[in-house]
Design a protein around this ligand. Sequence first.
Ligand SMILES: Cc1cc2nc3c(=O)[nH]c(=O)nc-3n(C[C@H](O)[C@H](O)[C@H](O)COP(=O)(O)OP(=O)(O)OC[C@H]3O[C@@H](n4cnc5c(N)ncnc54)[C@H](O)[C@@H]3O)c2cc1C
Length: 362
Amino acid sequence: MTTQHIIVMGAGLMGLCTADALEERGAAVTVIDARSGPCEGTSFSNSGMIHPSQAKSWGPQTQKRRLKSDIEAELYAASVTVDLGERSKTILLAKMEQLGFPERASGCLQILPDLDTARAIQASQKAIGVRTEVIMDPIDSFGLPACRYPDDRSGDARLFGCALEKDLSKRGVEFVYDAKDVRLRRDETGFRLNAGGVIFSCDQLVITAGTGSPDLLSQLDVRMILTNISGAAVDFPLPNEQDDFPSCPVMDTQSRSALTIFSDRLRLSGGWGLTDPAELVARWIEIAPGLMSRLGKPLSTWTSKRPVSPVGRPYISPTSIPGLWVNTGHGHMGWTLCAGSGELLAEMMLEGREDKRFAFAG
Ligand SMILES: Cc1cc2nc3c(=O)[nH]c(=O)nc-3n(C[C@H](O)[C@H](O)[C@H](O)COP(=O)(O)OP(=O)(O)OC[C@H]3O[C@@H](n4cnc5c(N)ncnc54)[C@H](O)[C@@H]3O)c2cc1C
């Protein structure tokens, strides 16, 4: 058998996990990115939750009037995303252990306006196979009604991505950074890429370029629509006294943001269409005034856009062009789904697996 040479466009979580799964299956892989290192796009500063529990779409289709068929399609998208999320979580946790990341407390929490809403969410989560407990805990949920998802996990996505990139480099995966204006075209045997005058060719090409994916695909006359939805993050140094800090990440339903404690920082992040990090701080002062009053000056602020597919689940799929594949559109679920998405795509590309659950029609 000849070795397949595969180029992966994008060194975010999706590109790195795809490269990992392809290399494990014997491919020679090159990863190309416009930025100067791994995880510098949307994967840079996320909330760190590995949360299959949040598989239901956050839009954009939930904004419009919903017909029965829309609701059925949303339910289907959510349940296949939960399945992939659970598989992904298993692979991701094993990979984190292998790369030396310490185990973190399990679970994620979601604050809700009242106990009735929490119970209604518990029932709807059951329908897609998500284990949920309704709680009201003085520390973990700041005394507010909440759903607790004991099967969710968390971890620092960017640190993981950087460690995985190092590991992949040792295993022979080539990384090309600062490739600002890559031109793509098909040739007789596969694809030819021009990155600032340097020519690369490959048998198969994977687009994992997040919000940049539609532009790259359009060079090959493939049309993909993604809605790019902004979010933000504010990082604070950890105070010495942490006795009353929640034991796992806490989500706020109203602002679609989360408070996550990492080993060296506390992060407020999220928002759906939010571009001003100060709004996150204001909202978390309302939720947790005691904790927030003990934080010092922010270490950093950040804004970014999530690549969101319009079908309520990602595109992990072949395209109409033989040898051209996509793995993008993961929205608010990209950290949760990255390892499973990479594995699924690699199985389709190299092992002949057929799976239409995450099909892309372009
Ligand atoms: C505030 C916030 C909080 C979040 N919290 C969570 C969470 O708790 N849990 C969770 O599961 N998910 C979360 N997410 C979602 C998750 O972070 C994203 O889904 C994920 O990072 C997307 O990864 P990606 O690899 O597809 O995109 P990216 O990380 O953006 O990677 C794409 C890469 O492609 C490169 N690229 C683009 N265009 C080109 C081009 N033309 N040529 C070369 N390179 C190109 C970019 O430079 C980039 O490095 C959050 C997102 C945000 C914004």
